[in-house]
Design a binder for this molecule. Sequence first.
Ligand SMILES: Cc1cc2nc3c(=O)[nH]c(=O)nc-3n(C[C@H](O)[C@H](O)[C@H](O)COP(=O)(O)OP(=O)(O)OC[C@H]3O[C@@H](n4cnc5c(N)ncnc54)[C@H](O)[C@@H]3O)c2cc1C
Length: 426
Amino acid sequence: MKTKYDLIVVGGGFAGTCAAIEAARHGVDVLLIEKYNCLSGAAAYALVSPFMGHWTHMPGEKGKKYLAGNLFMELCAEAQKLTAPSVDTKTEAIADSLFDEESMKLAMLRMARAAGVTLLFNTTVTAVEAENGVICSVKAVCKAVEMEFSADQFIDATGDAELSYLAGCECEMGREGDGLCQPMTLCFRVGGIDKAKFEPFRPEMQRAYKQWQAEGKLHNPRENVLCFRNYNDGVIHFNTTRVTHKSPTDPFALTEAEIEAREQVHEMMHFLRTAVAGCENARLLSTAMHIGIRESRRVIGEYVLCEEDLISLARFEDAIAVSNYAIDIHSPDGSGTRFQEFKDGEWYEIPYRALLPKGFENLLVAGRCISSTHEAQASYRIMPYCAELGHAAGCAAAVAKKSGKTVRTVDVKEVQRILRAEGFVI
Ligand SMILES: Cc1cc2nc3c(=O)[nH]c(=O)nc-3n(C[C@H](O)[C@H](O)[C@H](O)COP(=O)(O)OP(=O)(O)OC[C@H]3O[C@@H](n4cnc5c(N)ncnc54)[C@H](O)[C@@H]3O)c2cc1C
């Protein structure tokens, strides 16, 4: 078994997969370690779908301007080629929002292998050896087999900052004041829906939902039913359970969250079949195998991206990504969602320093756990921009390797030059 690589990426979500593919395409020898059995992260293990908006409309210009970089668009195009046509989605381009996660898993897998990434699935990184801010190796476990791998550089794309936390990086969680995170949600899919009846009934469904809540028949604190069309005919995707006041990194609290959410799904199914047109024969097809975590640890980096940066559409000398997704905060308290959108033609930049954990020489963070505040994280956390952040981190690791530097001392201008050539709007 080979145990030494140029780069180890931990986590195979949109961030980690893009980081690994990008670095490998630029000649880096990459090992990607993933806890589950496939790539795509929350899209697979938490059933998260569809993509939230990753484009803008420039005033006076026709069409959409896409903002997440070429690699994300390539993933979408490859997944689309593998997706069987669907009567429900004839008119919608997959790259824009809807995607089929089974096709995405295979597309990511093929692209990672074609780039030369070494994949290690069903394996969890459990320990880190670090000395004076340099990570030397990680320990990982699969089927009770313990392994140790070393590398020159590391990328933490675990969503929950597991690699950084194990390495001893300073992390924070939740909002200022009470430390509460955005709620967790167990996503689920419902089949057997007559969409011709269901779609026009949506406003009435929301009224009935409020009524059932008021009568104490639904214990979900969420203010409305959040659901989306799905690639499969007759299937609706529900992103509507809500568990608050539980820490996503406390093992027993997380277990309680899974249990509470599953009971909410059961109540919702009863509600749908009883009170919602088109759902008379609805069946629960699947619940995610892990409750979705919108927010948990955020690494403290050399720069902490904050709400003011977003609102002021900040520009940075060392920008390596952009986002224009709304500040979308599902209430950590119970009911309500803050949704503050950007206007056409607006986006903010994310600096490289937000990917650089304080005090570490050869570690980058990518995806939802980069260095930011609760409010800022609520915006860039969507899958397309996590992909973009991973793409940027992989590029930085490649430039560092080529120049014999570390990700801390790398020439960011060179990273930016490559990213612009690869579709970034920084
Ligand atoms: C309920 C919910 C709804 C959402 N809705 C949307 C939406 O509609 N549209 C949208 O675009 N975004 C949505 N998001 C946000 C988006 O899904 C996530 O923020 C995004 O997927 C994060 O990507 P990531 O690559 O940073 O992390 P993840 O996708 O979480 O990937 C991290 C990967 O690391 C692996 N991992 C973790 N720890 C270890 C370890 N120790 N060893 C090995 N592997 C490890 C995990 O198994 C996982 O595969 C939603 C999120 C949630 C929770």
